[in-house]
Write a new protein. Structure first.
Length: 166
């Protein structure tokens, strides 16, 4: 596989973790309203995701060494995607917390597999170039996340920020 295609695939895979954070932050008020809870309670889903994303990497690395990078990567992608579907279907905050934790494990398996795959596929300057391209994709990924919308005003149109004077 050409290096650019590999960088794009691996970069997009690693970008899933941060994107799973950035993409749902604007939905906090809606989630809180749907579950009849406070934004701070919904914030626990963020904590569950980040905690498992970090802790599961401690297990994911040795697993990828033992069972192979691709097997762990694809398992992580499947777990991440399946958990994302279940997060969307969660009927309570407790369910959402559990599925977000599961999604964090999937993201962690992806996160540990990608650098190992790069080291397996390239050496020296090629490896540095591949890591650089993956880093660039990681830098750009948050731009794909939705941004919070301004609440509509009384006429039903989005409000504009006040004009700056001076």
């Amino acid at each position: 596989m050409p290096q650019m295609q590999l960088a794009i695939l691996l970069g997009m895979t690693v970008a899933l973790g941060p994107l799973a954070l950035d993409a749902y932050l604007p939905a906090f008020p809606t989630i809180a309203r749907e579950f009849g809870t406070e934004n701070a309670d919904v914030g626990l889903t963020l904590s569950a995701y980040v905690a498992t994303l970090g802790l599961a990497q401690l297990v994911g690395g040795p697993l990828s060494d033992r069972y192979g990078r691709q097997r762990i990567l694809f398992s992580g992608l499947a777990l991440f995607a399946g958990s994302a579907l279940m997060v969307a279907q969660a009927g309570s905050l407790t369910e959402m917390l559990a599925w977000r934790a599961s999604q964090g494990v999937g993201g962690a398996l992806c996160a540990v597999s990608v650098p190992a795959l790069v080291r397996d596929q390239a050496e020296g300057a090629d490896s540095a170039r591949l890591f650089g391209l993956i880093g660039l994709i990681m830098f750009i990924a948050p731009a794909a996340a939705p941004s919070p919308r301004r609440p509509p005003n009384r006429t039903g149109t989005a409000t504009r920020p006040p004009a700056r004077s001076g």
